[in-house]
Design a protein around this ligand. Structure first.
Ligand code: NOJ
Length: 554
């Protein structure tokens, strides 16, 4: 089986906000085409496209109405093929989002399915009768109240783990699985290189759909739809299709643990090559951003190290700090106000040098930050508007807005900041969503010119990782576990060792070197190979705020 994905780094595009190429205020494949050289210049080797398919956008593309076409806002299949060909010419792989836990309620399958109980699509979704006049069970949707929606035509309820407009597919139906395989073949035959499989650990539901007890708001029922009884059989079927091609499969696994993730990534079928986990995204919240708590570096380190140690030699890690589902990382784990550049660069090195394949989300490479809009009505993301807001109705408005500032997925979906001109150079027309007001300062053009910018630091990190086998294949060891402000890890491979020292403090901090290096004096010489401060600003024996140093141990 191939393992080219291990050496790679990926760039994620959430197209609506990436670059508008036809001046209608919406990002599209024309814009992507023009920016492929920029993407390549970062030092990445592949692109993951969040959904590009036709969709009513109840969940911005994750509610698909046609799996085999391109949304007209973004172009058409012809333009997609051009992007794919140019990406390949530049040496970039392309992976698509495969969202098959649910479709849009405007997908033709659902439109048919809801008509009656006996049509060819009637069993494509999870339909149930009311139970003694009540809902079929007590499950909650992760986005919008109860997980069941009533349909007059069938006099039945359908299940939706996400929004009402995202009915769950019935993966137990072999015809549905054949549809999934046909979708995979469609894109693989066109030349795409793999899939990111959306909430893939949710696709098999427990027989009987038992009530969730004790009751957990929003996630009620999750133990019965996460890692369900047939999940590995279904994924093995999908793997079989993938194995006809030189293709790789990356699964998104909300709430997954190392133990369950290993079941997906190992074994005879190795149903997934890699998996996104969420543990390290909860160093300042519970339930991925819904409930805020103060950032604690020890929590972050624990999550990072757990995955590094427990996957070592068995499976391959997926490294990320941002995507379209999480607010911007500098606004969370860094200091956007006082140490924007310093914390943005340090955060980059904190994860890119771990073992695994790094992902960089559009705008992360220039240090984009969270947006603060005045009114809840200005937010467009379904999870900001519904469950999340609903959950805190007893709080004063100001407090609820503060939560939104901290947690809304809209913060990662503002238009990409290309330059300091009108609309941040994203489009000549008024963009579909608000541009962050800091675009004059934070943008690609400005950062291109500054050798110490976040953008150029990402480039340096990605190059360093690629040029040194130790960062690709080396073992991982964490030092100073209990330290509240320092994150220190070593990578070792053959006779080479590297040490990554990250300060998460907003004031100078004593530089600490693992004691065992000092004991072994002959191996204690450190050669600095990367730092996020210019030489003249560095202090001896001290780390400046949010400083990161990468040493080779000689
Ligand atoms: C995970 C996706 O990343 C997210 O954006 C989406 O809302 C849910 N899955 C539902 O598809």
């Amino acid at each position: 089986m191939n393992d080219w994905y291990k050496k790679m780094a990926f760039y994620q595009i959430w197209i609506r906000s990436f670059k508008d190429g036809n001046e209608d205020g919406i990002g599209d494949l024309y814009g992507v085409y023009d920016k492929l050289e920029y993407i390549k210049s970062l030092g990445v080797d592949g692109i993951w496209f969040s959904p590009l398919y036709p969709s009513p956008n109840a969940d911005y593309g994750y509610d698909i109405a046609d799996y085999k076409d391109i949304h007209k806002d973004y172009g058409d299949l012809g333009q997609f093929k051009k992007v794919l060909a140019k990406a390949h010419d530049l040496g970039l792989k392309v992976i698509m989002d495969l969202v098959v836990n649910h479709t849009s309620d405007e997908h033709p399958w659902f439109l048919e399915s809801k008509k009656s109980k006996d049509n060819p699509y009637s069993d494509y979704y999870i339909w149930r009768d009311a139970k003694k006049g009540k809902l079929p069970n007590n499950w909650e949707s992760l986005f919008e109240g109860k997980a069941w929606e009533y349909c007059h035509e069938r006099d039945q309820y359908y299940l939706h783990i996400f929004a009402k407009k995202q009915p769950d597919l019935n993966m137990d139906n072999p015809k549905v699985r054949e549809e999934v395989k046909s979708i995979m073949r469609f894109w693989l035959d066109m030349g795409v290189d793999g899939f990111r499989e959306d909430v893939i650990n949710f696709i098999s539901k427990k027989e009987g759909l038992p009530n969730g007890l004790p009751f957990i708001p929003m996630a009620n029922g999750m133990p019965y739809y996460k890692d369900g009884p047939h999940i590995h059989d279904y994924l093995a079927e999908f793997r079989e299709v993938a194995s006809e091609y030189d293709c790789f499969l990356l699964g998104e696994g909300p709430m997954t643990t190392t133990k369950s993730a290993l079941k997906y990534m190992t074994g005879h079928h190795k149903n997934l090559d890699m998996m996104f986990n969420f543990d390290h995204m909860m160093a300042d919240c519970f339930m991925t951003e819904y409930i805020h708590r103060p950032f604690d570096l020890r929590r972050l380190k624990k999550a990072f190290s757990k995955w590094q140690y427990e996957l070592n030699g068995k499976a391959w890690n997926t490294l990320y700090l941002e995507n379209h589902d999480h607010p911007r990382i500098i606004s969370r784990y860094g200091d956007e106000k006082h140490f924007h550049r310093e914390s943005g660069t340090m955060l980059a090195a904190s994860y890119i040098f771990q073992q695994g394949t790094p992902f960089i989300y559009q705008g992360q490479e220039i240090g984009m930050t969270n947006i603060h809009l005045r009114d809840i009505e200005q937010y467009v993301d379904v999870s900001s508007k519904t469950n999340f807001y609903r959950f805190h109705t007893d709080e004063p408005l100001s407090k609820r807005m503060a939560r939104i500032y901290h947690s809304s997925r809209d913060s990662s979906r503002t238009p990409m900041q290309w330059n300091g001109e009108k609309y941040a150079g994203f489009s000549g027309a008024k963009p579909w969503f608000y541009v962050n007001s800091n675009y004059k300062k934070i943008n690609v053009e400005t950062e291109e010119k500054d050798p110490y910018s976040i953008l150029n630091f990402y480039r340096k990190c990605l190059k360093l990782r690629k040029d040194n086998d130790v960062f690709l294949w080396g073992s991982y060891k964490e030092y100073f576990k209990g330290h509240p402000f320092l994150y220190v890890y070593e990578r070792a491979y053959k006779d080479k060792r590297m040490l990554v020292v990250c300060s998460f403090a907003d004031r100078p901090l004593a530089l600490r070197i693992p004691r065992e290096y000092e004991k072994d004096k002959s191996r204690c010489r450190l050669r600095l190979i990367l730092d996020n401060y210019p030489r003249e600003d560095r202090l001896k024996g001290l780390l400046k705020p949010y400083e990161v140093r990468i040493y080779e141990i000689l």
